[in-house]
Design a protein around this ligand. Structure first.
Ligand code: ADP
Ligand code: MG
Ligand code: MG
Length: 466
């Protein structure tokens, strides 16, 4: 069975590239992972809620009135978030000829704000309580949608052959993400999509699948690193077109699609930060723009979590139930929160304002960090209740070999694609296939704390509805 499965994976391009010239089958699970149908349909009904919520808090009024105040102290404690906030403030000031503080009831742009493509991925685990709890929301570089679509197709074929009763949830991630990209290019006035990538990216197959899918629809997507973009973009003023050189020809950029830029290592020089600012100023659509990017900060998720906050912001009911316990740190009287974690270190996780996996602190490391930080430093972190997912059996494959045969847990990520234009209208609303299931399912061996596939912790899988 393993050989059959591996050849299906290889022929479906479920591959990663450990070096620029070698290919390897991505870490995958042999079987899909069980997930209750009712919890699954509940998550899918909330796709639109998270699109709306993220748009609402990253709009000019939302940024000035909620997002900026929510994150400003964490940005003082964390220099990376601080840089992003500075860019957001600068762009805001240039675009609206007003600072984002104090908040005003409306803002009038000097040039029309470009459309913002949201490729959200909200991640969940089942909790022992039987409910589903949100792990986090990703607003930038949400990846593995394309490989996941293929993994689901392979699990579907496998189940047809071995047990037709197995119901694998369909996966429209590739379709939805590529439709979003093509629409965002068109909506900003046409041109090419520049996919901003890290040098030496191992997950380039996932990116190339998008490039092929967009090419079929007549949209050119080029992968470029931050410094190459910086060497070509010139000086872009607010609302001006950005251009890059492709095969000796200058092309207008219709969309900057970030698959990099979410971690400090992605900005190697001051020049890279300036490049980010120039991209933000340009007339191109952004996926995401800096406001939407900041809306995904861990600190923001914590501020949104208490009952009624989301409803108060945008009238959405029922979203709160998905949040686990989230606690701010660094405020006056945070001693109680710290003591709660010190007394029960196995029930909490400490999170900095970081993305990409491998940054959270658990158990002894969490305890040590909580004890050593100053109050100002604590403002850069949040504390989260540990979700304890139910276990099941599966086989996990790395480099073509079963490396774990036994107890596993899973995390699912639901993709929600939106394209908000200057009037705050979602141009993806009603577009065929956009409301359907689109997801990444990751399995990991019992006891593994982190969850990234690229970071080496998790294995791509599919949802088996039970
Ligand atoms: P990142 O943005 O780096 O992916 P996450 O918040 O998703 O940060 O945390 C990384 C991983 O840590 C998750 O994929 C999950 O496996 C684990 N994790 C995070 N929060 C929790 C939690 N509250 N309970 C259990 N596991 C968690
Ligand atoms: Mg994340
Ligand atoms: Mg994550």
């Amino acid at each position: 069975m393993l050989d059959n499965f591996l050849s299906l994976c290889a022929s479906s391009s479920i591959l990663v590239t450990p070096t620029p010239t070698t290919f390897q089958i991505a870490p995958v699970s042999l079987h899909p992972c069980p997930f209750p149908s009712s919890a699954w349909s509940n998550l899918m009904t909330h796709k639109k809620s998270f699109n709306l919520l993220t748009q609402s808090i990253s709009s000019p009024v939302g940024y000035a009135g909620f997002l900026r105040p929510a994150i400003v102290e964490a940005a003082q404690a964390d220099p990376f978030t601080g840089r992003l906030l500075r860019i957001a403030d600068d762009v805001f000031q240039e675009r609206y000829s007003a600072p984002p503080y104090p908040p005003l009831p409306t803002y009038t742009p000097t040039t029309p704000p470009p459309p913002v493509l949201g490729i959200l991925r909200h991640d969940y685990m089942l909790h022992t309580s039987g409910t589903c709890k949100q792990v986090e929301v990703n607003t930038i570089a949400s990846s593995f949608g394309c490989l996941s679509t293929s993994v689901t197709a392979v699990h579907h074929s496998e189940s047809l052959l071995s047990d037709p009763k197995v119901k694998v949830a369909p996966n429209k991630a590739l379709h939805q993400v590529s439709t979003g990209i093509c629409s965002a290019v068109a909506s900003s006035g046409g041109g090419v999509c520049v996919m901003v990538v890290q040098e030496g990216e191992k997950n380039s197959i996932d990116q190339n699948m998008l490039i092929v899918e967009c090419a079929k629809r007549g949209v050119k997507v080029v992968r470029m690193s931050m410094d190459v973009i910086g060497s070509q973009i010139g000086d872009v003023k607010m609302g001006e077109d950005a251009q890059v050189e492709i095969e000796g020809k200058k092309e207008r950029v219709g969309l900057f699609y970030f698959r990099a830029g979410y971690q400090p290592q992605d900005y190697k020089t001051e020049g890279d930060w300036n490049t980010r600012l120039l991209m933000e100023r340009s007339s191109a659509s952004k996926c995401p723009d800096v406001f939407y990017h900041l809306a995904g900060a861990k600190k923001v998720q914590q501020v949104l979590a208490p009952n009624g906050v989301v409803e108060g912001l945008c009238g959405l009911k029922g979203v709160d139930e998905l949040f686990a316990g989230l606690y701010g740190l660094g405020h006056e009287g945070d001693a109680d929160v710290i003591q709660m974690a010190l007394d029960n270190p196995l029930d909490y996780v400490l999170k900095p304002q970081r993305e990409g996996g491998g940054n959270n602190l658990y158990k002894d490391r969490m305890v040590a960090k909580l004890k050593e930080m100053t109050r100002e430093e604590r403002k850069g972190y949040i504390l989260m209740e540990l979700i304890k997912p139910p276990q099941f059996q599966n086989q996990l494959i790395r480099n073509g070999e079963i490396v774990h045969d036994g107890t596993c847990t899973l995390e699912v990520g639901v993709f929600g694609v939106s394209l908000y234009n200057a009037d705050g209208v979602d141009e993806m609303e009603g577009v065929e296939g956009m409301g359907e299931d689109a997801y990444i399912c990751r399995a990991k061996a019992e006891g593994v704390e982190e969850g990234g596939v690229a970071a080496g912790f998790a294995f791509l899988s599919s949802v088996q509805l039970v």
